[in-house]
Design a protein around this ligand. Structure first.
Ligand code: SAM
Length: 309
């Protein structure tokens, strides 16, 4: 089995993962912007959609929404702790009977027949964790889709600025007093990260060319019994478009959720999030700006692709 898959399996099966993932939008502003964009795009594309496959469905952010909209959803994920959280939330939402929960890896979709689902989605980067199989996985997701495919992957142009900004997540912390462990880490280590920072041009150039975040260090940590962050393949917009065209996908639209939001300082973002009217106007405008194909490479982590089969 590939290291990426083994690492993803261990990382996403950590016991608190489902709980933390389900709280992201209560914790980080970039997650609010991103998930809001994905939700709008999804709701715009539901005409005639009765069955959905959600690959890497996590704690059910979108599978539960789709079930509430009346769709029958296959919630597919490599992590039992994510599935358990999603089941709990689906039960609360009263939609369990419209969701089939399946534990499995995106690398293996052979048990699904061609064109099994009206819509296939995979949001917030699960495909990027399937390196070196990411192209084949996209092909498999296209194969099982009947009408449409929508997925978001890690964006190379969106990720490269992180390499010169070790405190990028601080900009998006909603409440610095939150008990979220990563918020605590970001706040505590902020000054140390700045004073100890050195720009590694060689590494930036390597990531710009091969698109890989992580590698041998993560493999070594895994072998020592640790649970490192997933080896992540980041895509370029034109690369993603060509892959989809190669699989016969038509009317491809790309967008970069987060491009507008990343330009705004934290103090202003927090003000916007705490005023419901301003929050709505801001998210409306982010959606409009971030959907412009000329800024799509510069969204934050994610590059979103929508296409027809
Ligand atoms: C960032 S979460 C996104 C969850 C959900 N799609 C959302 O947008 O809220 C990524 C999810 O992908 C799952 N995942 C990672 N690698 C996977 C793989 N190889 N096969 C299936 N699921 C995977 C993880 O378990 C996790 O639930």
């Amino acid at each position: 089995m590939d290291y990426s898959r083994k690492i993803a399996e261990r990382q996403w099966n950590l016991p608190d993962k489902g709980e933390l993932e389900s709280r992201r939008e209560a914790t980080y502003i970039d997650d609010i912007i991103q998930k809001d964009h994905l939700q709008r795009k999804l709701l715009e594309n539901l005409d005639g959609i009765k069955t959905v496959f959600d690959g890497g469905a996590g704690s059910g952010r979108f599978s539960i929404l789709l079930a509430k909209m009346g769709c029958r959803v296959t919630h597919y994920d490599i992590s039992q702790s994510m599935i358990d959280k999603a089941k709990e939330l689906a039960e609360k939402a009263g939609v369990t009977e419209r969701i089939t929960f399946v534990k499995g890896a995106l690398e293996d979709l052979s048990h699904y027949a061609d064109r099994s689902f009206d819509l296939v989605i995979s949001f917030d980067a699960p495909i990027s964790y399937t390196y070196p199989n990411q192209e084949r996985v996209i092909g498999e997701l296209v194969r099982i889709a009947r009408k449409k495919i929508m997925f978001s992957v890690s964006s190379r142009l969106g990720s490269l600025p992180y390499l010169c900004n070790p405190i990028q997540k601080n900009q998006f912390i909603l409440d610095e007093e939150s008990d979220d462990p990563f918020v605590l880490w970001c706040v505590t280590n902020r000054d140390k990260m700045v004073s100890g920072f050195r720009f590694d041009k060689q590494n930036a150039e390597r990531v710009a060319s091969d698109g890989l975040l992580g590698g041998q260090q993560e493999i070594d940590e895994y072998e020592r019994g640790g649970a490192p962050w997933c080896i992540t393949y980041t895509f370029l917009p034109d690369e993603l478009e060509k892959i989809l065209q190669g699989y016969g996908v038509r009317n491809i639209q790309l967008s970069g959720p987060g491009a507008y939001g990343r330009t705004i300082p934290r103090d202003i973002l927090v003000r916007l999030m705490n005023d419901p009217e301003q929050k709505k106007d801001f998210l409306d405008f982010c959606y409009r700006f971030d959907s412009n194909p000329y800024v799509c490479g510069m969204g934050k982590d994610n590059l979103l692709a929508v296409g027809e089969i």
